[in-house]
Design a protein around this ligand. Structure first.
Ligand code: PMP
Length: 439
């Protein structure tokens, strides 16, 4: 599996067009395709550094087929329907699981924060960028996930980079699930510790790794709570049992668990009743919490250590007032309106049952992230494009976001989707799925 940002190579003999990055999990992509006539560049035309740029053809190869599905432009709010190219399409590709990004109370809270605090903090939390608003939000989140303390970062990606690299030092170990999000992978690579991976949700593979490491050496097991592409949930009870047995700490990235799992949307660890056995709980505000930023929750001593040692916190400007105020308002709504979470699961059930009954393969999904497996890159792009023409937006996920041969359409639900919208989507999935011979 190639869930990191290492160069993805198109096998020289392969007839498959080059791979592309997914919107979510991965970063840089290059291919070994060598063009004898380099592309013309405005600057640095003959600098060797830019050979990789001149030789990069993956995106243009897909563009040439007319199926390129990335960077589609939306000109409205991120809601159940969005405006694209002058018409409304049904949004089934958003991470706004609770449907809060366009909520009037959240928008009003953001606007009030701009009026009171201005548009930015112009400095890091460490120096001039700590607002009373940040402290209030940290306290509120600590209550939500039932940990002693919380620290805010400006994005979830920065949390994973800055926490793992600060916590795991030289001669220590990190054990990561192979399907972990790219930001976890990058955090692990940045750390001076040794980074070992285990097969996705495979507890025997994790144990085999742990058993080979000295009991007295520092070890961190790092996992997603809900896996962002597959939509399955980590086997947290077994992860925690192994952690205790082998003297390891546990970190859960709950980007897709918060707002979805656990009482009041508190996430994966509370869902399993295992909060006290997960030393580090990470969350992001760019999904259910309708904003931008991220947090780490832990005991007070660990948070204090991070406040003075985590470089993505120390050397980056703090969350904007508008973003922080939006999260506070979103948490208030999430915890006082539990019917939203119930509704999210209800609507997920309707779509999931419908897709399964039509014969689509949804893999091991257990959440409002429904991967519709197509297992071919070009078919995936075609499926995505035809659905868009029919008025439905979904995200195509190809290598290296998923391994080659596991290509899928990532469908995700919002609590605010209506039955009518779901039935419309089911109609379109059936029509296009049959047309392309997928069902
Ligand atoms: N972890 C996971 C599992 C994610 O899906 C994401 C966002 N795609 C992140 C971390 C990064 O969060 P942010 O968008 O806040 O940088």
């Amino acid at each position: 599996m190639t869930h990191d940002n290492q160069t993805t190579l198109v096998p020289p003999s392969s007839s498959t067009p080059a791979t592309l990055p997914t919107a979510c999990r991965t970063g840089v992509v290059a291919t070994r395709v060598n063009h004898s006539v380099p592309k013309k560049m405005a600057d640095g035309d003959d600098l060797p550094l830019f050979n990789k740029v001149r030789n990069y053809t993956s995106a243009s190869q897909v563009r040439a087929t007319g199926l390129y599905p990335y960077f589609r432009t939306i000109s409205s709010a991120q809601d159940t329907e969005v405006m694209m190219n002058g018409r409304m399409v049904l949004m089934l590709g958003s991470n706004s699981y609770l449907g809060l990004t366009n909520h009037p109370k959240i928008k009003a809270a953001s606007m009030a924060a701009v009026a009171k605090y201005g548009s930015g903090c112009a400095g890091s939390r460490f120096l001039n960028g700590t607002l009373d608003l940040h402290i209030e939000l940290e306290q509120r989140l600590a209550e939500l996930v039932n940990k002693e303390a919380v620290l805010l970062y400006s994005t979830g990606f920065q949390v994973n980079l800055g926490v793992i690299s600060a916590i795991v030092g030289k001669d220590e170990f990190i054990l990561g699930d192979k399907s972990n999000h790219a930001s976890l992978v990058e955090g692990c690579r940045l750390s001076l510790g040794e980074f070992l991976r285990f097969a996705h949700n495979d507890m025997a593979a994790l144990e085999a790794r742990l058993a080979n490491i000295d009991h007295a050496v520092g070890k961190l097991i790092v996992v997603d709570g809900v896996f962002s592409m597959e939509g399955d949930i980590i086997n947290l009870p077994e992860v925690c049992r192994l952690a205790q047995r082998y003297n390891a700490a546990v970190m859960v990235d709950d980007a897709h668990g918060i707002g979805v799992l656990g009482e009041k949307g508190a996430g994966t660890a509370p869902h399993f009743g295992l909060t006290s056995q997960v030393q580090l709980i990470m969350g992001t505000f760019s999904k259910s919490l309708a904003s931008l930023g991220g947090f780490i929750a832990s005991d007070a001593a660990t948070i204090d250590f991070l406040k003075h040692n985590s470089r993505t916190l120390l050397f980056s400007a703090s969350m904007s007032p508008a973003s922080a105020a939006a999260v506070l308002a979103a948490v208030k709504i999430m915890t006082s309106e539990p019917q939203r979470i119930a509704r999210l699961w209800q609507i997920t059930d309707r779509l999931k049952k419908g897709l399964l009954s039509m014969g689509f393969d949804l893999g091991a999904s257990q959440t409002p992230i429904l991967p519709v497996y197509v297992r071919d890159m070009i078919q995936t792009f075609k499926f995505c494009k035809r659905l868009e023409e029919e008025g439905v937006f979904v995200n195509p996920v190809v290598s290296p976001g998923v391994p080659q041969g596991m290509e899928l359409l990532r469908v995700s639900l919002m609590a605010t989707h209506t039955e009518k919208q779901i039935d419309f989507a089911l109609d379109k999935f059936q029509k296009v799925g049959r047309e392309l011979g997928i069902i």
